[in-house]
Design a protein around this ligand. Structure first.
Ligand code: FAQ
Length: 311
């Protein structure tokens, strides 16, 4: 790739022109997007599992309907994102193969278990809250298909976040036992939610280039900080305590100082050693294997239709 080509491409990005699938683009730009969009799609698909675990046990019909709709939305986001990645020349089969073999990454957050109903509240509130904070700027991503996909995805994430917060409100205003359940879920999901934003800026290998190309608009630490600032008052309103003794409002920076994140845990989860990594991959592989007959039937049907002579 010539210097001139790279410069002209950067100038387009700097002018805030959207890059579309058939436009010339540097190979590194294409690869970065395939990586990020692919990981994002896998996260949505694997992200259906921790909550799917509660669909049959939701405490009322109303809760069940809302949770079912949320999990279906996540499946939709996954398919939407796989399609966006396919515009960059990678196939859905290839991405699926990489997920099932454990080669592809997906968000660390989905490797934690959901032992109680309060976890469903905490996921909606914190995990979807963090996802929104990260994804709103992606609506302005330089790559057109990804940016456009994010607009609808963010609208749906907003419903997911409210759904979760409302569960937390009900529990936090309920019996002593329910309040304890809500606090316990917050204790377990707080730190993993902060890890969703990725390594600290000094460790983030992809950030500089992704910010240059306007794929990312804010750094990992900036978004993490925004999330903390938005979430602390929400926890206060619930009457719950964020499990960080070092969390303190800083007048000078107008932001919350927070305690050290356990990066060793983050690295272990990404490496495949989290509490639920093996379980998640087993579940995805099982679903893939058990769906083989559906794929075969759909293919046979498509072939039959293609062979039919027009009347
Ligand atoms: N987990 O250099 P950076 C959702 C990897 S929300 C696992 O900073 P980058 C909705 C990273 O890939 C969750 N791996 O990387 C939902 C890179 O590895 P690589 C999904 C992580 O890309 C809610 C390495 O570490 N959202 O699904 C994580 O510039 C509820 C170095 O990191 C997205 O994917 C992590 N947490 O920034 C569904 C949003 N963090 O590829 C169900 C789009 C970092 O070089 C229920 N993605 N890594 O081998 C992004 O915005 C970015 O990719 C970041 C990471 C910010 C996640």
């Amino acid at each position: 790739e010539s210097e001139e080509f790279l410069k002209a491409f950067q100038a387009r990005v700097d002018r805030e022109e959207k890059i579309e699938p058939n436009d010339p683009m540097p190979e590194g730009y294409r690869r970065t997007l395939v990586r990020q969009i692919g990981q994002h799609a896998h996260s949505e698909i694997v992200g259906m599992l921790p909550e799917g675990n509660w669909i049959t046990r939701a405490p009322s019909l109303r809760r069940k309907i809302a949770l079912l709709a949320k999990v279906q939305d996540e499946g939709g986001h996954g398919l939407y994102l796989y399609s966006a990645a396919e515009t960059l020349g990678v196939s859905r089969e290839q991405m699926t193969e990489e997920l099932l073999s454990g080669k592809a990454k997906y968000s660390s957050i989905f490797n934690y278990p959901t032992p109680t109903w309060a976890d469903i509240g905490a996921i909606g509130w914190l995990v979807d809250g963090a996802a929104i904070m990260n994804q709103i700027p992606l609506c302005r991503c330089s790559y057109g298909p990804y940016a456009r996909a994010m607009i609808r995805v963010c609208k749906e994430e907003s419903f997911h976040q409210r759904q979760g917060y409302e569960i937390m409100m009900t529990l936090a205003k309920g019996s002593e036992e329910q309040k304890e359940m809500a606090q316990d879920a917050l204790n377990r999901w707080w730190w993993p939610s902060l890890m969703m934003f990725g390594p600290s800026d000094s460790e983030s290998t992809n950030s500089d280039q992704s910010m240059m190309w306007k794929i990312k608009r804010f750094s990992n630490d900036e978004l993490r900080q925004k999330f903390i600032t938005a979430t602390v008052p929400q926890a206060e309103y619930l009457g719950l305590t964020i499990p960080d003794p070092d969390l303190r409002w800083n007048e000078k920076t107008q932001a919350y100082d927070h305690g050290e994140i356990d990066w060793a845990e983050f690295k272990a989860v990404i490496k495949g050693d989290g509490q639920m990594n093996r379980d998640r991959l087993r579940a995805r592989n099982k679903a893939w294997d058990e769906g083989a007959w559906v794929r075969e039937a759909a293919l046979a049907h498509a072939r039959k239709r293609a062979d039919m002579k027009p009347i």
